[in-house]
Design a protein around this ligand. Structure first.
Ligand code: HEM
Length: 470
């Protein structure tokens, strides 16, 4: 992007018409962002404008424009509104928005970036794997059971990540409340009416527990975990008021889990609906455990980022990235702090100070020339790319599911290693059969139309059976 002299005439991409003067297209966008963006792009092309709840939004859909958005810093394309809106939606906090944003962007994000570096993950993956397996143990005593897939996959993961990241002092029974709150997040974020009482109570309970957690005078990596101890130090050193600290921690908890849970669920759903992929990845996992580690216990004891990035898990890595390609929809809304031009294919798109930009990631991820058979789940789509330790084998391809440039997701290593651990441990231990397997009535799963960037699949029940070697 480049700054723009205010004297130049603004280019004018087509405008999506709306009958509602202030809301504009907000109702259609909010009720189903993916369908709405796809419809508008078909009708108005790669760049168009729309009025979204009083905001003038320029939507862009090219690789170069989305890369330019992610290359821009906060002084050019501000994210404060989105971060403040998320903080308020998750925690109900109504603090001074400038201060809330300062704590998020100047204190929490740099700390998280450092604490969740790939190097740090070296000491964290084995403890997470062991805690996850410990939580799954009861299921390994049963021959078979019927479970809801989301809870079966993510409750142990939530427990394991929390205990390692936030320590033994962190409340261990927050999963249900987090899920209740998460269910209402699109409505909260977009300020749409909904039945709020259960989630208000869930949020209150979590805030109370987090308040207890933050109340200890001392803190240590053992009892407060790798991230929890850093949060406590950061809040104390910067005199962040207790209630605000609780709201920040709750918001972080939500951000740490929501996308990872969603991707874990979609990954397994894609595998169940593509038996060839399930077969190939299960074989890969079985082979790696047997040949590279001997057995699951040795894997749990020695797993680390190098191990998880090894070529022995190439298909698994590829299938996870393919799941994310198919499920990412858009880039968080940003406001132009200055007049600017975004690169867009051969030309540029003008954005005026005060206007908003929205990157339509789905358009790039569904571009047939970039991704042949773009609608299909091709589990080994990225398997033949360059798989190097610490790098995603998407280099050279337009893949924005963890964002890009200076806004790359700060939890990407944690997320990838968590997802790999879940995939390896569960596929090694269990056979899965979705209920109503024969009729395939569970596929495709119904999705709630409203979402915050990843479609939300409704619950699927599965029968699990312990595999013979487990
Ligand atoms: C599969 C799971 C995940 C996906 C798909 C994902 C995706 C993303 C995306 C697309 C962004 C950029 C948002 C934007 O600026 O438009 C982002 C930012 C961020 N993510 Fe993740 N994320 C995941 C897991 C995590 C985890 C586990 C954490 C850990 C705490 C995390 C922490 C963050 C943070 C702190 C940012 C803000 C970065 C910034 O604005 O500079 N994410 N993530």
């Amino acid at each position: 992007f480049s700054s723009l002299s205010s004297k130049r005439p603004a280019s004018s991409p087509p405008r999506v018409p709306s009958v509602l003067p202030w809301f504009g297209t907000a109702l259609s966008f909010i009720s189903s962002p993916d369908e709405f963006l796809a419809r508008c792009r078909k009708q108005y092309g790669n760049v168009f404008r729309m009025l979204l709840g009083g905001r003038e939004v320029v939507v862009v859909s090219s690789i170069s424009a989305i890369s330019s958005i992610y290359a821009a810093d906060h002084n050019v394309l501000g994210t404060h509104e989105t971060h403040n809106a998320l903080y308020a939606a998750v925690s109900g906090g109504k603090g001074n928005s400038t201060e809330v944003y300062r704590v998020v962007s100047h204190l929490i994000f740099p700390m998280v970036d450092q604490r969740l570096s790939r190097r740090s993950m070296g000491d964290l993956t084995a403890p997470i794997a062991q805690a996850l397996y410990g939580k799954l143990k009861p299921y390994t005593q049963m021959k078979n059971a019927r479970v809801t897939l989301m809870k079966f996959l993510t409750e142990p993961l939530c427990f394991a990540t929390n205990v390692i990241m936030f320590g033994t002092r962190y409340p261990q029974d927050t999963y249900e409340d987090l899920r209740i709150l998460d269910e209402t997040m699109p409505e909260r974020f977009y300020s749409v009416p909904f039945w709020f009482w259960p989630s208000v109570k869930a949020r209150k309970r979590m805030l109370r527990q987090i308040d207890d957690y933050l109340s200890t005078r001392d803190f240590s990596a053992e009892e407060d975990g790798w991230i929890g101890s850093a949060f406590k130090k950061l809040f104390r050193e910067n005199d962040v008021a207790r209630h605000e600290a609780c709201c920040h921690l709750l918001t972080f908890q939500w951000g740490m889990h929501t996308n990872t849970f969603g991707i874990a669920l979609w990954f397994f759903l894609f595998l169940f609906s593509h038996p060839d992929a399930l077969h190939a990845i299960r074989n890969e996992v079985d082979r790696a455990i047997k040949e590279d580690f001997g057995d699951l216990d040795s894997f749990l004891a020695s797993v680390n980022p190098q191990v998880l990035d090894r070529p022995c898990f190439t298909s698994l890595t590829s299938a996870l990235l393919e799941t994310m390609r198919l499920t990412a929809i858009f880039v968080a809304l940003r406001v132009a702090e200055t007049d600017l031009q975004l690169k867009d294919r051969g030309g540029t798109v003008t954005v005026r100070k005060g206007e908003y930009v929205l990157g339509n990631v789905q358009a790039v991820h569904m571009d047939e020339s970039e991704y042949p058979d773009h609608r299909k789940f091709v589990f080994d789509r990225f398997a033949h790319n360059d798989h190097r330790e610490g790098r995603l084998p998407t280099d050279g391809q337009p893949w924005f599911s963890f964002a890009a440039g200076r806004h790359l997701c700060k939890g990407r290593y944690l997320a990838m290693y968590e997802l790999k651990l879940v995939a390896i441990i569960y596929l090694y231990l269990f056979d899965f059969t979705p209920v109503n397997h024969e009729s395939r009535s569970w596929w495709p799963p119904r999705t709630t139309r409203r979402n915050l960037g990843i479609p939300r699949a409704e619950e699927v029940f599965v029968d699990i059976r312990l595999r013979h070697h487990a």
